[in-house]
Design a protein around this ligand. Structure first.
Ligand code: NAP
Length: 286
């Protein structure tokens, strides 16, 4: 197969994605001069486009792609194989094409999240984790936390059935862990607010929901708590500003973005990712 060293990101919209900036900085730093990473905007409609886009990666001889909103689940039927992680999560954020032309789906989001915490010295042992949201990123985060031995997770979501789905699909594989679910409400937040690690995986705090937070204004964090918001634009969401004021330790989604991207880089190139150069590239964006 004729393969060029081109990769990219399939999503809609992707014009403002930081991944091209971050991955091209990584190629430059690693002296991978023939490599390039490009944005690949693929609209949600007509549905046939996502199939054409995935199969087109192979037809065009590309090395692979990242996949982002809204296609992480939609690409799955068109892939030849899934990693065990992607299969468990039910979504793909990285596609690689092997030397025989098979399309392989991976999911590096959850490990990217956990690696960011571990790199920053956070010990997950014995933690009670509160997850706000139950979409695709919540599935990846919960899976990675369970893989890292977290034993107690409470998932709060507007649509409770989606939180229940996560608990049902992972619970039997991690019998030592307790997974409980609640409707995202003021009362449920209050009941679980003492959690050691609070993770916002909802889109409340960005785009049309910027200036809002999935939290009660009158509820304060302890200095010992860690608050992680997967959102990185804005860099400080209302939730993170609130937690920062209370003296809690805060993380935005940039570290997860870099770490999931580093794992994708390794999958495509087989080389270790230059993580500092990738961090520098995304920190400098305005
Ligand atoms: P998703 O699958 O569409 O899930 C969205 C979640 O947000 C669902 O739980 C949804 O609840 C909830 N939600 C949306 N609007 C809401 C509202 N008005 N009130 C209450 N809940 C609301 O999206 P995703 O892929 O999980 O992504 C979620 C966030 O994570 C996005 O901000 C994305 O940018 C970020 N993210 C960051 C990284 C990173 O590398 N830092 C990676 C992946 C994702 P319902 O189920 O009730 O609809």
């Amino acid at each position: 197969m004729n393969i060029s060293n081109v990769v990219g990101i399939i999503g809609w919209p992707v014009a403002h994605s930081l991944s091209p900036l971050m991955q091209n900085a990584a190629f430059l730093e690693s002296n991978l001069d023939s490599w390039a990473y490009v944005a690949m905007p693929v609209n949600k409609l007509p549905y046939i486009r996502i199939k054409e886009a995935v199969l087109g990666l192979r037809a065009l001889g590309l090395k692979g792609a990242n996949v982002t909103i809204p296609h992480k689940e939609a690409v799955v039927p068109y892939l030849d194989r899934l990693s065990s992680e992607a299969r468990a999560i039910g979504a793909v954020n990285t596609i690689s094409i092997d030397s025989e032309g098979y399309l392989v789906g991976h999911n590096t989001d959850g490990r990217g999240f956990v690696n960011d915490l571990l790199d920053n010295g956070v010990d997950l042992t014995g933690m009670h984790v509160m997850i706000l949201g139950a979409g695709g990123s919540a599935r990846a985060v919960v899976h990675a936390l369970l893989e890292h031995g977290v034993k107690q997770i409470t998932i709060l979501n507007r649509t409770k059935t989606k939180a229940d789905d996560i608990a049902r699909s992972f619970g039997p594989h991690f019998p030592d862990a307790t997974l409980d679910t609640k409707v995202l409400s003021r009362d449920a937040i209050r009941e679980t607010a003492y959690a050691d690690l609070v993770v916002n995986t909802t889109s409340i705090g960005m785009g049309e929901n910027a200036g809002q937070m999935p939290w009660d204004e009158n509820l304060h964090f302890a200095k010992t708590q860690i608050v992680y918001d997967l959102i990185y634009n804005p860099k400080l969401t209302k939730l993170l500003l609130h937690a920062q004021k209370d003296g809690a330790r805060i993380f935005n989604g940039l570290g997860m973005l870099v770490n999931q991207g580093a794992l994708s880089f390794q999958i495509w190139t087989g080389a270790e990712a230059p993580i500092d150069a990738m961090k520098k590239a995304v920190r400098e964006f305005k």
